[in-house]
Ligand binder design. Structure first.
Ligand code: SF4
Length: 89
């Protein structure tokens, strides 16, 4: 499966801790718990992890670690976010 490209349009990416890293680090195999943990450690110290996570949730990024969250974690956040949007409208 082709890995999604990490978009470069968002200005917050300039400060991303993953810049300069091999981005395949952020797309570990599903059962690769060590790989997931390594990516999460980098994200935990990233100054823009909140913006990254919001972007990933709002644009429905379905693969990889974004903002320190796995796809399963983001799926839950997205459901909650969509529910809040529905309730607010
Ligand atoms: S939170 Fe993680 S994936 Fe997102 S920009 Fe920072 S280091 Fe990269």
């Amino acid at each position: 499966m082709e890995e999604p490209e990490v978009p470069v349009k968002e200005p917050w990416r300039e400060e991303a801790s993953c810049r300069g890293h091999d981005l395949t680090l952020f797309f570990p195999d599903e059962g690769d718990l060590d790989g997931i943990e390594r990516a999460k450690e980098i994200c935990a110290n990233c100054p823009v992890n909140d913006l990254c996570l919001s972007y990933a949730v709002e644009t429905n990024q379905t693969e990889g670690i974004w903002g320190g969250a796995t796809k399963q974690e983001r799926r839950r956040l997205r459901r909650r976010w969509l529910k809040e949007l529905r309730e607010a409208s």
